[in-house]
Design a protein around this ligand. Structure first.
Ligand code: AMP
Ligand code: MN
Ligand code: MN
Ligand code: MN
Length: 276
């Protein structure tokens, strides 16, 4: 059964509406599907209705932006209550400041000779309050400064490159607590993407587990096959369940539904206790 527990709609930095994402997932053979927009729950009602229409089981999700020891890491919440007001209020606080950060990013890009990035990013954001690096990456690709959005995240928008502005997101333990208090399960997203040393990864996994984290993503569009094996071993070693999701953002933007391998059957999947 194809279970995909991580992706985005235009409610955050995805390119498609929640119902369109649902259709795309269903056509690719996904049977159990979660929409996990960044720091936002607004797409879940539309996603659930569309998923049921398409014959998929739906899992309410969210991906929370976290600052941890100077790194940005992401924590996915699965089976959260989409009506939990305290979670919604906490996420609103995390989202705050994106417009101001976008202005600072555009100033930095202007200093590097690229004009119009603020308007260009906002034009591409369905919800201006959720303007993200992805919208800047799409602008940079559209004006031909980079080959595609991947290339944008190599030459711009990352630490040490033009257009990068550090930001304070949620604290790790707080994000996990919000998810647990909303009845959900906390999953460390794409751990292979953070570029952490073995020692720092150990500290992150320990801290995440102590905070109540239950699973880590093993098979994700952000990992190489070698990383599937590496994080499968870490999940077993630390006693985490394992999760799987494409992290789909849009057509021709990297990961697609229905293309990733299944989880290693030796792992305990995050959905083991779910009634599927
Ligand atoms: P933000 O929350 O504004 O910092 O934007 C983060 C988003 O940028 C992530 O959710 C990804 O969608 C995208 N992103 C970050 N790093 C990369 C990367 N190396 N390649 C492609 N997309 C990336
Ligand atoms: Mn994203
Ligand atoms: Mn992420
Ligand atoms: Mn994501």
């Amino acid at each position: 059964m194809n279970i995909d527990l991580h992706c985005h709609s235009h409610v955050s930095d995805g390119a498609l509406a929640p119902a369109q994402v649902a259709r795309r997932a269903a056509r690719a053979g996904v049977a159990v599907w979660s929409l996990t927009d960044h720091d936002q729950l607004d797409g879940l009602a539309e996603a659930r209705a569309a998923a049921l229409d398409e014959g998929m089981q739906f899992v309410d999700g969210v991906e929370i932006s976290v600052s941890w020891r100077g790194n940005t890491v992401h924590v996915v919440g699965l089976r959260i209550d989409p009506g939990n007001e305290s979670l919604a209020a906490s996420l609103a606080a995390v989202r705050g400041g994106r417009l101001e950060r976008a202005r600072a990013m555009a100033r930095d890009l202007r200093a590097a000779g690229i004009d119009g990035a603020y308007a260009g990013a906002l034009e591409r954001a369905e919800n201006p309050a959720m303007v993200s690096r992805t919208h800047f990456a799409r602008f940079l690709a559209d004006i031909g400064v980079v080959a595609d959005t991947r290339d944008a995240f190599r030459k711009f928008l990352v630490p040490g490159k033009p257009g990068y502005v550090p930001h304070q997101w949620a604290a790790l333990a707080a994000a996990v607590q919000w998810i647990l208090a909303a009845g959900g399960q906390a999953v460390l997203a794409h751990p292979g993407r953070y570029g952490l040393s073995a020692g720092a990864m150990h500290a992150l996994l320990q801290e995440f587990r102590a905070a109540g984290g239950e699973a880590i993503e093993v098979v994700t569009g952000s990992h190489s096959p070698e990383q599937y094996r590496h994080f499968a071993a870490l999940a077993a070693q630390y006693g985490f369940a394992a999760s799987r999701g494409s992290d789909f953002h849009g057509p021709e933007e990297g990961a697609e539904f229905g293309t990733l391998p299944p989880l290693d059957p030796a792992l305990r999947p995050v959905w083991r206790e779910w009634e599927l």
